[in-house]
Design a protein around this ligand. Structure first.
Ligand SMILES: Cc1ncc(COP(=O)(O)O)c(C=O)c1O
Length: 344
């Protein structure tokens, strides 16, 4: 199967170039030890550095190259999967990455992502707070313009622009093809982490466009200043506009139902409650797959909580978004004193 079934159905969307970062489709597998739950293995989306972000970057970095850009600038928490993935995949495409980072609580994946980004040559800059981050990004872009005569392409946090979200409209078509080929029954519910919102926005549009009647359980893992129902509506509206402009037939009249679940956020970003830790270890023992305390661990905790309460209704899909590989081959561990400067 090709990686872009959406573009096979709507060939006019071919105006959006792709960089070829994805390793084809990601598997749908039954969850060991649980009837009626399946896992979408986006952790294996690329063989060197996977996770959900590669679907967005495949379009975003292709656009940067198509526009003749040499640099991209993005934002995230210091252990951001997106920043590491941008630096790693961007370098393969000849793009240099600058990122403005907010310090965060330490967690095991943070050092790996920082090591990956730094190894890929990313320039990482710390800022204290959102306003300071934007001011820093403006200063970095101005300096680049004065010194090199060009500005970096700004990519929003998590790659969640309408173009990035398109990667997940396509992912829904990938899922439909897997349902049609018998990998799982059509899911009644889909559990996924909800942060910069591009994953959920793209899936909400894509599931409806693909004719799948699936409710999304969007497990919120960041504060309301970054993710909310109103912000999601706006991103969905902008993504539908992008689709409509390219091909009116590719813009569905409605989107899938989304239920935002805030009760697993806990004490804060990347902080794991005992329930989240238990869910991560149960998932790891069942599947052998890695998860993280900021995103996937909270989505898994929601899934298991609903499962154990007997609240799942029909076939359920857990969309596993964390990169499976940790540090890619050749990337060494991050020295402790470097890590210390990026975490709270
Ligand atoms: C591992 C992981 N899962 C899920 C998400 C959430 O995706 P999105 O930012 O599109 O809401 C992210 C991104 O922040 C992530 O890094």
């Amino acid at each position: 199967m090709r990686s872009y079934p959406l573009f096979d159905v709507f060939p006019r969307l071919g105006v959006f170039p792709r960089a070829g970062l994805l390793d084809g489709i990601t598997a749908v597998q039954p969850m060991p030890g649980a009837d009626d739950i399946w896992i979408k293995r986006d952790d294996l989306s690329a063989s060197d550095f996977g996770g959900n972000k590669v679907r967005k970057l495949d379009l975003l970095l292709a656009q940067a190259r198509a526009r003749g850009r040499k640099d991209v600038l993005t934002f995230g928490y210091s252990g951001s999967n997106f920043v590491a993935a941008t630096a790693w995949h961007g370098r393969k495409l000849g793009l240099a990455t600058q990122a403005v980072l907010l310090p965060q609580a330490d967690a095991p994946y943070v050092a790996d992502n920082l090591a990956t980004g730094l190894h890929a040559g990313a320039q990482l800059h710390l800022a204290r707070g959102n306003a300071a981050a934007v001011a820093r990004a403006i200063a970095l872009s101005t300096a680049k313009l004065l010194r090199h005569g060009r500005v970096p392409l700004w990519i929003p946090p998590g790659g969640s622009s309408p173009l990035g979200a398109l990667g997940f409209v396509n992912a829904a078509f990938e899922l439909r093809a897997q349902v049609e080929s018998g990998a799982m029954p059509a899911p009644a519910r889909l559990y996924v982490a909800f942060s910069s919102m591009g994953t959920v926005a793209g899936l909400a549009i894509g599931l409806a466009l693909a004719g799948l009647n699936t409710r999304i359980e969007a497990v919120q893992v960041v504060g309301d200043d970054f993710a909310s129902a109103a912000k999601l509506d706006r991103l969905i509206r902008r993504t539908r506009q992008l689709l409509r402009r390219a091909d009116p037939a590719a813009c569905p009249g409605r989107v899938a139902e989304v239920r935002i679940r805030t009760e697993f956020f806990g004490r804060g970003y990347a902080l794991a409650s005992p329930a989240v830790k238990a869910a991560m270890s149960r998932f790891g023992s069942a599947t052998g797959a890695r998860s993280d305390s900021a995103y996937s661990g909270k989505a898994i905790a929601a899934l298991y909580a609903d499962h154990d309460a007997g609240a799942l209704r029909g076939p359920t899909l857990y969309w596993h978004t964390f990169n499976a590989h940790g540090r890619p081959a050749g990337v060494g561990p991050l020295p402790a004193q470097v890590l210390a400067s990026y975490v709270l």
